[in-house]
Write a protein that binds this ligand. Structure first.
Ligand SMILES: NC(=O)c1ccc[n+]([C@@H]2O[C@H](COP(=O)([O-])OP(=O)(O)OC[C@H]3O[C@@H](n4cnc5c(N)ncnc54)[C@H](OP(=O)(O)O)[C@@H]3O)[C@@H](O)[C@H]2O)c1
Length: 161
């Protein structure tokens, strides 16, 4: 099964200057819970946004069209979506962005995990258009706002109909 996992603001912004536009520890926690032990697929730019290289306890697959692009062990590089089949097993493949990568998988994604942040941020990358009429909302939960999680946000999960 292929899933998308991302967070977006009121205007569908997901990134700014190569990083996330916000700090939201509870979303990071959900990200970890939903990806540990699974395979994550990301674009080269998203990979470069990680300060410490590949994320631990997950198979990190990085996409770049440059076959000479160096990823740190134990991450693996693929240059085309067709190479993903080598890494497919029974576990969930979680596509974590950015927008170019979401676009590549949008017709075959089965599940969407989205965090909707009720705030407007400066941004230079937006989430792609998704046809939600093809998906059913199966879970919705408001997040806790506190001194470390300053903006209202909702976690939603959709399954392809
Ligand atoms: N809010 C969120 O949930 C979230 C999630 C992810 C990322 N982000 C943010 O979004 C920004 C990065 O996103 P982005 O859209 O600019 O970049 P990206 O999708 O992470 O990476 C784009 C790169 O991926 C490679 N690529 C794309 N399609 C490919 C394909 N079909 N086959 C092989 N390689 C392919 C290319 O690398 P080469 O140029 O090397 O060929 C391309 O330049 C950052 O600001 C990041 O923090 C936010």
């Amino acid at each position: 099964m292929i899933s998308f996992l991302w967070a977006e603001d009121k205007n569908h912004v997901i990134g700014y200057k190569g990083q996330l536009p916000w700090t939201l520890p509870n979303d990071m926690k959900r990200f970890k819970e939903l990806t540990i032990g699974k395979t994550i697929v990301m674009g080269r730019r998203t990979y470069e946004s990680f300060p410490n290289g590949p994320l631990p306890k997950r198979l990190n697959i990085v996409m770049s069209r440059n076959p000479n692009y160096q990823v740190s062990d134990p991450a693996v590089l693929i240059t085309d979506v067709s190479e993903l089949s080598k890494y497919e097993d029974d576990s969930e493949i979680v596509v974590i962005g950015g927008s170019k990568i979401f676009n590549t998988f949008k017709d075959i994604v089965d599940r969407l995990y989205v965090t909707r942040i009720d705030h407007e941020f400066d941004g230079d990358v937006k989430m792609i258009y998704l046809d939600y009429s093809q998906f059913k909302l199966i879970e919705k939960k408001s997040g806790t706002v506190d001194d470390k999680n300053l903006y209202p946000y909702v976690f939603e999960t959709y399954q392809r109909k």
